[in-house]
Design a protein around this ligand. Structure first.
Ligand code: FSX
Length: 359
């Protein structure tokens, strides 16, 4: 089908029914917390849209973000690639290699100047002129700058791209930085998580495709629809927290009865993400449901927060101690966790400035 074909044309050709298409539009509206009336708007916008050119760059990362994307349930990765976007370049998923791959990137940039979206997963090493990670003979830094120059928007997928992630963990030997520290002149969306929830990736892309603009973001550049609440806000174990009922070890009676995992190091009160509602693998489960505390992987510097199995009271210093005391009384949290999170994020922003001076 010609490049002028709309998504509506393509979906019809593939035999996707109007009912199935509306169902997808309704799902997208619901996970983006949009009013039900948006379903029609999304469906109409998507039906008229041309396939969006997407160039996906992978830098210092573990490929977990792409693994996550391939497990998207709505739309599936196949739906996304065949119907909604033209994935013109992707280090892991593309069949071509070498010059053919680089030619595909350059062709997509030239043919879609000013309109394509660059998705990036992984951080960028900038120490020693960026020599610690190169692709096709280019440093990640050069490839990022070259590719983003004519893009419409940039989407940083995963905590590595959004905040530096694990490559940036102390002592950060490669001088890893977040994409937002390099790209300052383009609309940029952070979809954090190590890895991010697949529907947060596909839902955000669908939103941009439907409305031609970026969704409402929080102060760390993340879509509020997915990152507007903490895990703790929606955690099904929260009633135990409120009553001061905490598991003390992973095999005690409290753990077996589903009590709160706060004292076993759960970072849910300071982790903004949608794991407790969208969950993973098509809504099957999420870490806390399987008995393990949240690692806080969607937050800046989660690897250096002071220990996955230490309660926030000890891993976040005096701020945490105050929260822990209140937690033991089975009180606070709404306001307390927001305060903790904000304090942590303020520290992160300050750290960023300090680290930039060190690199
Ligand atoms: Fe990072 Fe993603 Fe964690 Fe891994 O691409 S967010 S290490 S899941 O793979 O970048």
């Amino acid at each position: 089908m010609s490049d002028d074909a709309t998504l509506g044309d393509m979906l019809a050709k593939r035999g996707v029914s109007r009912r199935a298409f509306l169902k997808y539009a309704a799902y997208t509206a619901s996970i983006m917390a949009l009013p039900a009336t948006s379903t029609k708007v999304i469906a109409q916008a998507l039906a008229k849209a041309r396939r969006q050119s997407v160039i996906w760059l992978s830098f210092q990362e573990c490929t977990g973000c792409t693994e996550s994307l391939t497990r998207s349930f709505s739309p599936t990765l196949e739906d996304l690639i065949f119907d909604f976007i033209s994935l013109d370049y992707h280090h892991t998923l593309q069949a071509v290699s070498g010059d053919a791959a680089e030619n595909a990137r350059h062709t997509a940039m030239a043919e879609n100047k000013g309109k394509y979206i660059v998705v990036v997963d992984g951080s960028v090493p900038i120490k020693d002129d960026g020599i610690y990670s190169t692709i096709a003979g280019m440093t990640n830094l050069d490839m990022l700058n070259e590719t983003v120059k004519d893009a419409f928007a940039v989407v940083s997928v995963g905590t590595c791209a959004a905040f530096g992630g694990i490559p940036r963990a102390k002592p950060n030997p490669t001088g890893a930085v977040a994409i937002s520290e390099i790209i300052k002149d383009k609309p940029l969306i952070n979809i954090s998580g190590c890895p991010p929830i697949p529907e947060a990736i596909t839902g955000t892309l669908s939103y941009v495709l439907s409305f031609g603009k970026i969704p409402e973001l929080d102060h760390l550049g993340r879509p509020k629809a997915f990152f507007g609440e903490t895990i703790h806000d929606r955690c099904y174990r929260r009633p135990f927290y409120e009553r001061g009922m905490f598991a003390k070890s992973f095999d005690d009676e409290g753990a077996r009865n589903g009590w709160c995992l706060y004292e076993l190091g759960c970072k849910g009160p300071v982790a903004y993400n949608t794991c407790a509602t969208l969950k993973w693998n098509g809504g099957t489960s999420f870490p806390i449901q399987s008995g393990h505390g949240c690692l806080g992987c969607s937050e800046p510097d989660f690897w250096d927060m002071g220990g996955f199995y230490k309660p926030l009271s000890t891993s976040l210093g005096s701020v945490g101690t105050a929260a822990a005391a209140a937690a033991a009384a089975g009180a606070i949290v709404g306001a307390g966790s927001a305060m903790l999170a904000r304090r942590h994020q303020e520290n992160y922003l300050k750290d960023l400035a300090d680290k930039d001076e060190e690199i």
